[in-house]
Design a binder for this molecule. Structure first.
Ligand code: THU
Length: 136
């Protein structure tokens, strides 16, 4: 379990990167920060397209960047949007991709610009993930 200070810092990293999102259509910017097992932090932002279905979420961009850097094992992920007061959780596609690389106990924190935060786990966001269930 990661300590509170480390999760707080990870959320700040998600917040700092969120302003770099390319979201001219939804105007909904999202930043994600992944803590790799070696302590490296890899970030991602959402990148939209005029063909809306091609949009890639911040979480999946962070995962893809991490994989290309050689990091496949993660300790936590934080997700931040400055464009909602309340926290907004990962979409279903991102939950599935997180579940590919993270076991159920990995902590997930998400927050918007207001004071509320959600502290959950990959397993709560994606229950009954057969990939990890089968590995047990
Ligand atoms: N989005 C993310 O990047 N991550 C989430 O967890 C929720 C949604 C993006 C996709 C799209 O660019 C915008 O937010 C509005 O849905």
């Amino acid at each position: 379990m990661l300590n509170k200070e480390r999760m707080d810092k990870l959320l700040i990293e998600a917040q700092q990167i969120a302003v770099k999102a390319y979201a001219p259509y939804s105007k909904f910017r999202v930043g994600a920060a992944l803590l790799c097992e070696d302590g490296t932090v890899i970030t991602g932002v959402n990148v939209e397209n005029r063909s809306f279905g091609l949009t890639i979420c911040a979480e999946r961009n962070a995962i893809c960047a991490a994989i290309a850097k050689g990091c496949q094992r993660f300790l936590a992920i934080a997700i931040y949007t400055p464009d909602s007061i309340e926290p907004v959780g990962p979409c279903g596609a991102c939950r599935q991709v997180l579940g590919e690389f993270m076991t159920g106990s990995i902590p997930v924190r998400f927050a918007g610009s207001g004071p509320n935060q959600v502290n959950t786990t990959v397993g709560e966001l994606l229950p009954f993930d057969s990939l990890h269930e089968l590995r047990k």
